[in-house]
Design a binder for this molecule. Structure first.
Ligand SMILES: Cc1cc2nc3c(=O)[nH]c(=O)nc-3n(C[C@H](O)[C@H](O)[C@H](O)COP(=O)(O)O)c2cc1C
Length: 220
């Protein structure tokens, strides 16, 4: 039995009747332009991190893994995020360069999912983005052996202090183990909440990168 104190019960008929139908929301035939429109709406509504997305990868045993990352760039090539390439996700992507991401914006009750192959960003692009990060975050990228066991919080503070001393007031270059990945979508699905769980879904599919998109509506 679900714990109603902890887990919200299924909405009543009355609760659904105040649940607004958002009407036609698939307002563009280009999925990346449509995504940009939805992200702009989310940016106005979300309390923080409208660009946060759950990134799914699989490990060498085929076991899925998922964690949040921040979308940092979107263009015709795809969706780019940055991370430590020696992290769990970095190793998983090295072994199997494919991923899925999911955005869920609670404030506007919408979800967008992407799937596709993953390509590393160029050194130039990674350098350019790294330069935009706060100095302390740049030092942090050197100090953190992301995803590997750490003796304690003090170990990280010590590494941060060591790296800060090492760079002094000089430039903090991008670490060799820190870069970005671009998910090149071959599937993009848009979902919007509707009353009585009769949600609206539209998926854009293409056989390969560069092939034309075709669309399908899906049962909720
Ligand atoms: C909202 C949010 C945004 C995050 N953004 C990033 C990010 O852009 N890059 C990153 O490496 N980790 C980010 N993290 C931390 C990751 O979720 C994760 O803890 C870390 O990357 C290690 O993941 P891994 O061990 O699966 O490689 C973010 C976490 C949250 C909650």
């Amino acid at each position: 039995m679900a714990d109603d104190e902890l887990i919200p019960p299924s909405p009543s008929e009355e609760a659904y009747s105040v649940d607004q139908d958002q009407g036609e929301v698939f307002t563009d035939d280009d999925p990346l332009a449509l995504f940009a429109d939805w992200l702009a709406l989310a940016k106005r509504a979300e309390p923080n991190d409208p660009n946060a997305m759950a990134l799914a990868t699989v490990d060498a045993d085929g076991l899925p893994d998922v964690r949040m990352v921040l979308l940092k760039d979107i263009d015709a090539a795809g969706l780019t995020f940055y991370t430590n390439t020696q992290s769990a996700k970095g190793e998983q992507l090295a072994a199997n360069p494919q991923a899925a991401v999911c955005f869920h914006w609670k404030t506007i009750r919408r979800q967008v999912r992407f799937r596709g192959p993953v390509a590393p960003v160029s050194d130039e692009a990674a350098d350019a983005y790294f330069k935009t990060r706060a100095r302390s975050a740049r030092i942090g990228a050197w100090a953190s052996a992301q995803s590997r066991p750490m003796a304690g919080k003090l170990a990280l503070a010590k590494e941060v202090a060591l790296k800060a001393a090492q760079f002094g007031i000089g430039e903090v270059p991008r670490p060799p183990h820190w870069s970005g990945y671009t998910i090149v979508p071959t599937q993009i699905e848009f979902w919007v909440n509707r009353p009585f769980r009769l949600h609206d879904r539209k998926v854009f599919l293409r056989e390969s990168v560069g092939a034309p998109w075709r669309t399908e509506r899906l049962y909720p």
